[in-house]
Design a protein around this ligand. Structure first.
Ligand code: ZN
Length: 64
């Protein structure tokens, strides 16, 4: 939704929870992001986008 070309999509490996930057793909003058072919840490390719991943650690400022 947000057009933020300088901000690559980020992917979370659901196996080891390491976050990796997406790989930009240029298609028809536009671009989108693909997950890396494999996780650099555990060698799995079980990526979901950061958006899709449940926010377990992403919640900041829990000033309750
Ligand atoms: Zn992994």
């Amino acid at each position: 939704m947000a057009h933020a070309p300088e901000m690559p999509e980020r992917y979370v490996c659901t196996n080891c929870l390491i976050m990796s930057a997406g790989i930009v793909e240029h298609v028809d003058g536009s671009h989108h992001y693909e997950p890396p072919p494999r996780c650099g840490a555990c060698d799995e390719n079980a990526f979901v986008t950061e958006e899709q991943y449940p926010h377990q650690h992403a919640e900041t400022g829990t000033t309750d």
